[in-house]
Design a protein around this ligand. Structure first.
Ligand code: ASP
Length: 296
C-alpha cells in the first residue's frame, strides 16, 4: 500500500493505493504478487484478490510460482514440533519433492499437483509467527507499507487474518493538515508540509487487529485527535492488549519519525535511516542498537 501513487507511475489514479492477496499457496513471494497486481490496474482492478485467481494473474504478470512443497523444510517442521512439546518424529507432513525448476521465473499454476489429500495435520498451537513487514518513506513524502505472513498456526481452513486486510495489518495514507489560514502559514514558515501521512505494518494476533482496524486506526488518531506517531501507535497497541491481542506494529510518518511499539515479549525490528546504518532490537525492553557483524 502506498500513501499516494508512486511518481514512477504518473497515470495511476490517486484513488488506487494498494493491493492485497490472500489464500496464496504457490507464489514464492506474495509481496511481489501484491506489487505486480497493484501496478496492473487493467488486469486487477480490485484492491484484494485471493487464491488461484490471484496466482494465475500473477503468473501472467511474470510473478514466480512454485510447488507448495517449496515452503516446507524438515528442520523447521521439527523445530516447530519441538517448541510445542511434540515428538519430532514421525514427520507427518509429506516429504516434499522440490521441483527442479524452482529457479525458473514462472510455473503454470494449473499444472502444479494438488496433494492436499496426502497432508495430515496435527492440532498445533495458535501462536502467531514468521510475519515480515516493512514501511518506507521516499524523498517525495510517499510512504509504502507491506506485510506478509503465513498466518497463525492451526487456523481454521479459510481463515483470513489481518495481514492481507487493508486497515488491519497494514496501511499507508496521507491527508491535508487541518487548521485555518494562520496555522497553515505558520506550518509553512516552519518548513512543514501541508500534508501529514503514515505507514503501518503490524504483526500479532490478527483477529484482534481486524476487529479494531488497528493499522488505519493509527492514522485516524493522528488525524482527528492530533496524536503524534508515538502516541497513536502506543494507544492502539495498548487497546489491543486490553482485549487480549498480543503483537506490535512498525510505523513511520511523513516526517521520518519511527515508532515500533509492542505489547508482548519480543518483536524482531529494525530501522535504517538515510545514513544507512541498520539499528535493530528484539526484546520488549531493548533499545535499538547498531548491528555488529563479526566476519571471521
Ligand atoms: N497477524 C498474523 C495473523 O494473525 C500472524 C502474525 O503476525 O504473526 O495471521
Amino acid at each position: 500500500m502506498v500513501s499516494k501513487p508512486p511518481a514512477s507511475h504518473p497515470a495511476m489514479p490517486s484513488s488506487r493505493r494498494g493491493s492485497s492477496v490472500t489464500l496464496i499457496t504457490h507464489t514464492r513471494n506474495p509481496s511481489h504478487l501484491a506489487r505486480a497486481l497493484y501496478l496492473a490496474p487493467q488486469l486487477a482492478p480490485h484492491p484484494m484478490l485471493s487464491g488461484a485467481a490471484a496466482e494465475a494473474t500473477g503468473a501472467l504478470l511474470g510473478v514466480r510460482q512454485v510447488d507448495p512443497s517449496y515452503f516446507w523444510t524438515e528442520a523447521r517442521w521439527k523445530e516447530h514440533r519441538r517448541g510445542l512439546g511434540l515428538p519430532e518424529d514421525p514427520v507427518e507432513y509429506p516429504r516434499p519433492e522440490i521441483p527442479d525448476d524452482t529457479n525458473s521465473e514462472t510455473t503454470d499454476v494449473a499444472s502444479l499437483s494438488d496433494d492436499k489429500d496426502k497432508e495430515t495435520w496435527e492440532p498445533l498451537d495458535l501462536m502467531p509467527t514468521g510475519t515480515v513487514g516493512a514501511v518506507a518513506l521516499d524523498i517525495r513524502g510517499c510512504i509504502a507499507a507491506v506485510t506478509s505472513t503465513g498466518g497463525r498456526t492451526n487456523k481454521l481452513v479459510g481463515r483470513v487474518g489481518d495481514t492481507p486486510v487493508m486497515g488491519s495489518g497494514f496501511w499507508a495514507e496521507e491527508w491535508e493538515r487541518d487548521g485555518g489560514f494562520l496555522k497553515r502559514n505558520w506550518d509553512r514558515l516552519r518548513g512543514k508540509s501541508k500534508y501529514e501521512g503514515v505507514g503501518v505494518s503490524g504483526t500479532g494476533d490478527g483477529d484482534y487487529y481486524i476487529r479494531r482496524a488497528a493499522a488505519s486506526n493509527i492514522a485516524r488518531r493522528m488525524q482527528y485527535l492530533g496524536e503524534s506517531l508515538d502516541e497513536a501507535t502506543q494507544n492502539v497497541i495498548d487497546d489491543l492488549f486490553k482485549e487480549g491481542g498480543l503483537g506490535g506494529v512498525i510505523a513511520l510518518d511523513r516526517e521520518g519519525n519511527v515508532a515500533l511499539p509492542l505489547n508482548c515479549s519480543g518483536m524482531y525490528r529494525g530501522v535504517i535511516r538515510p545514513d544507512g546504518v541498520p539499528l535493530t532490537a528484539i526484546f520488549f525492553d531493548e533499545q535499538l542498537t547498531e548491528l555488529t557483524t563479526n566476519c571471521t
